[in-house]
Design a protein around this ligand. Structure first.
Ligand code: NAD
Length: 347
């Protein structure tokens, strides 16, 4: 088993990573929780594959369980789903001394974290992420959120889990498109922090990934740890994790979240900001070409879709992260090193 400690003083917690660790979930929960009652929040897909197995492991460990099962997909990061969760938690008489378990992808993790942070003014929770994106990114760092009609992640909180339990074997049932989606974030970590990790990924491909997932997840969690510990509230260097995301979010939004997945849009963003960085002198020549090659290898598009630059800029300006007069763009100096470049936005 691999262990990483996220050191945030009184909000510190461990990430435990191991294939098949779900079997030992009760023992692992006992490390951080003395009670016996818990509510598991999950979605229909994850529940249908792992629900019974998980419940059995928890009941055998002496826990009294209740399950809240959401519809799969982004629509569950909504006020309606949150309200449903609150009602169920009340129905199950979950108290502040009980525990909530987020068992699913990033959607379940985000909405559960927000529910846990607000129900009864805060109930402890743990993250058991089941998608690649959730294992390398969304389960770590304490950002929770739901979407509003005005945009994604507009209501949320920083609320850290007591434990993150990562079972990489559950990725075997994740559809390929979600594995690829998560790989965009994996490639992003390599781009901003570690050239040798970039080369390691470059020597694999989508078919040879499965044997290396535990190492890949471990590496990414360690990189995220660096940024979260130094900048818990995302006001400084944690912004580097947004490499490729400013253009990526604009592309997702332009196509109304229908044409490109998050990972596909971020992939295009990483290549194009690096191309722009080379043109403007922020980025070492040849960087965008290396990114292009790795993106092709994992089946991503890299060219900007047919959107005018003016349209793209308009969307970028309306993003909640860019509401001040300054736009923070993340450029690579080279593979393995990122810089935040603040630009003034002129209307
Ligand atoms: N909080 C953060 O820091 C942070 C960071 C990045 C992304 N996010 C959020 O994460 C969300 C996306 O997460 P996601 O890509 O995991 O999407 P998701 O939660 O919708 O999961 C993707 C799909 O995979 C299914 N699934 C999950 N695990 C499975 C498994 N082991 N086997 C079979 N199917 C499985 C789900 O049911 C779903 O259909 C977005 O809402 C995004 O905003 C949050």
């Amino acid at each position: 088993m691999k262990t990483i400690n996220i050191n945030l003083k009184e909000y510190s917690y461990d990430i435990l990573i191991k294939a098949d660790i779900l079997k030992d979930i009760s023992d692992k929960i006992n490390l951080v929780y003395e009670g016996k009652r818990l509510a598991v929040i999950t979605d229909e897909n994850v529940y249908s594959i792992y629900g019974l197995e998980l419940n059995k492991a928890l009941v055998q460990g002496g826990f009294e369980t209740s399950f809240i099962v959401l519809k799969p997909g982004e629509s569950s990061k909504s006020i309606e789903a949150l309200s449903y969760i609150y009602d169920k938690l009340a129905e199950f008489k979950i108290a502040r001394t009980d525990l909530i378990v987020a068992f699913g992808g990033g959607v379940v993790g985000d909405v559960t974290g927000f529910a846990a942070s607000t129900y009864l003014r805060g109930v402890p929770y743990i993250q058991v992420p089941t998608s690649l994106l959730a294992q390398v990114d969304s389960s770590i760092g304490g950002k929770t959120a739901i979407n509003l009609s005005h945009g994604k992640n507009l209501a949320g909180s920083f609320y850290h889990p007591k434990l993150v339990l990562i079972d990489t074997s559950v990725l075997s049932t994740l559809e390929d498109r979600y594995i690829i989606d998560g790989m965009a974030e994996v490639i992003k970590y390599a781009c901003i922090e570690d050239d040798s990790f970039f080369e390691f990924l470059n020597n694999l491909d989508i078919n040879s990934l499965s044997c290396h997932l535990e190492d890949i997840v471990y590496k990414c969690c360690n990189i995220k740890k660096l940024y979260v510990e130094e900048d818990e509230k995302d006001r400084g260097i944690r912004m580097k994790l947004n490499f490729g995301h400013t253009i990526g979010h604009a592309i997702e939004k332009y196509f109304d979240y229908g044409k490109y997945t998050h990972g596909e849009a971020v992939a295009i963003g990483m290549y194009n900001i690096s191309l722009n960085g080379e043109e403007t002198g922020y980025t070492k020549a040849g960087t965008s070409d290396r990114i292009k090659k790795i993106l092709i290898k994992y089946g991503f598009e890299y060219e900007l879709p047919q959107i005018s630059i003016e349209e793209l800029e308009k969307i970028i300006r309306s993003d909640k992260k860019n509401l001040s007069d300054k736009l923070n763009l993340i450029y690579l100096k080279k593979i393995g090193e990122a810089n935040i470049v603040s630009k003034f936005i002129l209307d």
